[in-house]
Ligand binder design. Structure first.
Ligand code: FES
Ligand code: FES
Length: 172
């Protein structure tokens, strides 16, 4: 099997890798980089456990994505949402609303929520359910997850003048 050198920018860090061309992004994240916050569920695009974000905020299933096709891309995993080890407002909302039981679906749910809120700061329940329909949770019954997404929308930081989600300094 052929290999290829690629560079991924994961959670702000540059990663140079040599990957087999048939390896999925999920396999590379978990097995080569040890980023086990990205979960293996079905491996066939049905459960959303393996969700990651691309730089445009689009959520993708990493189990269906060949790593070699991601050369040069910026990727965010659930660990990348944390701010220097502190949970962000979406993760906090899931904690506050008890929307986590076993937690296996949670990284994917949180990232899908981030993708939704990037384009819709005030989603209706219907829009939330539609956005999360590719993510399966075997534990919570979904109602608490929908409440958590509503809370995440309410507690979302206002856009900063510099265009970042938060910033402490605007260039003169
Ligand atoms: S593991 Fe990728 S969608 Fe289930
Ligand atoms: S909390 Fe267990 S699968 Fe969702």
């Amino acid at each position: 099997m052929k290999n290829r050198d690629i560079t991924l920018h994961i959670n702000g860090e540059e990663c140079r890798l040599n990957v087999a061309v048939n390896r999925t992004l999920l396999e590379v994240l978990r097995d080569q980089l040890g980023m086990t916050e990205t979960k293996y569920g079905c491996g066939t695009g049905e459960c959303g456990a393996c969700t990651v974000l691309l730089e445009d905020g689009k959520a993708i299933n990493s189990c269906l994505t060949l790593a070699a096709t991601m050369d040069g891309k910026r990727i965010t995993t659930a660990a990348g949402l944390s701010d220097f080890g502190r949970v962000n407002h979406i993760q906090q909302a899931f904690i506050d609303e008890a929307a986590i039981q076993c937690g296996y679906c949670t990284p994917g749910m949180v990232l899908k929520t981030a993708s939704l809120l990037a384009t819709n700061r005030d989603p209706s329940d219907e829009e939330i359910r539609h956005a999360l329909e590719g993510n399966i949770c075997r534990c919570t019954g979904y109602e608490k997850i929908v409440k958590a997404v509503r809370k995440a929308a309410r507690t979302m930081p206002a856009p900063a003048a510099c265009g970042a989600e938060t910033c402490t300094e605007v260039a003169q």
